[in-house]
Write a protein that binds this ligand. Structure first.
Ligand SMILES: NC(=O)c1ccc[n+]([C@@H]2O[C@H](COP(=O)([O-])OP(=O)(O)OC[C@H]3O[C@@H](n4cnc5c(N)ncnc54)[C@H](OP(=O)(O)O)[C@@H]3O)[C@@H](O)[C@H]2O)c1
Length: 328
């Protein structure tokens, strides 16, 4: 089969179309003809050799896909050849074919294109896990979602509104991105390049007003995050795009406000954790996709031969929502 492989022969690693062996489905796996996949920041890091795939995962990039079941392992009972599915991968999405455990696959809802479906698994499952499982957001609480126009951010805004009717506050790096988060339901969006988000937030909603924070930025926001959190607030780290070292940190606010701080990476979670997450997401959020209350935000679609261009767009922070690769 054709696949995009990382070519490390030049000064910078680049994606190159090449031949790779088609994977064989295991006992409980589906072999899927991929119709669309989507970019994730992790792909850029893996390409640079900074994020090796977990043990047993395909070395090919690509953490999600939508496609058509081509074949099934002997123990598969949930899907059959010809079914349209989408789901989370631990690798292997940048290819014509991939394998996926049947418990990670989800049926394509009516009316959803392969491109839209490929935009869902990584960011919605990550956001669902962060908001519902880790952040334990309750109905009517206030949530602050940093990088609100990112893939995960756009999914998180929709989930927090649709599932918890939360007050949603976002940060983003341009007026256009702020406007996008408002159309998705954000009650307040602050351009972090133009204003001090903690000061603006405090001015609008008062001191200690945020119950849950979803953060991808890390050290530059540490102190402000701690300051705006309410009593019993929860701070969830999913990435540290802006830096990971915190100096001169006082632990007193953590005690005084009884704060909970958690971090997570989805990719290296166990299979059983991902099965449970997929199952829970299907139970509680799938009807919201079918009704259109959750609608993946697609920034752009590239033919997979233009993968390098797509990667560059993400590296330059120019995407709002997901970047899709298609044409496999
Ligand atoms: N832990 C997990 O399980 C998990 C799962 C999925 C993704 N992630 C991580 O979550 C993050 C978002 O993923 P994604 O795919 O949604 O990314 P994305 O669509 O590429 O968006 C990332 C956005 O973050 C903002 N940003 C980047 N560097 C920044 C900085 N130094 N300070 C402030 N903002 C910055 C940029 O938006 P602005 O223009 O608004 O600045 C950028 O467009 C990534 O770091 C990814 O690796 C983690």
């Amino acid at each position: 089969m054709k696949a995009l492989l990382v070519d490390t022969r030049s000064e910078y690693p680049v994606m190159r179309m090449d031949e790779a062996s088609r994977p064989d489905p295991g006992e409980n796996e589906l072999l899927v003809k991929i119709k669309a996949t989507a970019l994730n920041r992790a792909d850029l890091m893996q390409k640079e050799g900074k994020y090796p795939p977990p043990k047993g995962a395909s070395p090919i990039l690509g953490l999600e896909m939508a496609g058509v079941v081509e074949n099934t392992g002997r123990g598969v009972s949930l899907y059959k050849k010809g079914d349209h599915v989408f789901g989370l991968l631990s690798g292997g999405g940048y290819a014509e074919y991939c394998t996926i455990h049947e418990k990670l696959a989800m049926p394509l809802p009516d009316g959803l294109s392969f491109e839209e479906a490929a935009a869902i698994p990584e960011v919605y499952l990550t956001a669902y896990q962060a908001i519902i499982w880790l952040g334990e957001l309750k109905t009517g609480e206030t949530i602050l979602i940093h990088a609100g126009a990112s893939g995960v951010g756009t999914a998180a805004i929709q989930l927090a509104k649709a599932m918890r009717n939360a007050r949603v506050i976002t940060t983003a790096g341009s007026e256009e991105k702020c406007a996008l988060t408002a159309t998705l339901g954000a009650d307040l969006c602050m351009n972090y390049k133009e204003e001090d988000y903690a000061a603006s937030l405090e001015e609008t909603f008062g001191k200690n007003s945020v119950d849950v924070i979803i953060d991808f930025i890390g050290s530059p926001y540490w102190e402000k995050n701690i300051n705006v959190l309410a009593m019993d607030g929860r701070l969830i780290y999913l990435s540290v795009l802006g830096g990971s070292a915190v100096e001169n940190m006082s632990l007193i606010p953590i005690l005084r406000k009884r704060l909970t701080i958690k971090g997570s990476t989805l990719r290296n979670r166990s299979d059983s954790y991902k099965f449970d997450l997929t199952n829970d997401f299907r139970k509680h959020a799938f009807s919201l996709i079918e009704s259109g209350a959750l609608k993946p935000v697609i920034d752009s679609t590239f033919n997979w031969e233009q993968c390098e261009e797509a990667h560059q767009k993400m590296a330059d922070n120019l995407n709002a929502g997901k970047i899709i690769l298609t044409g496999m």
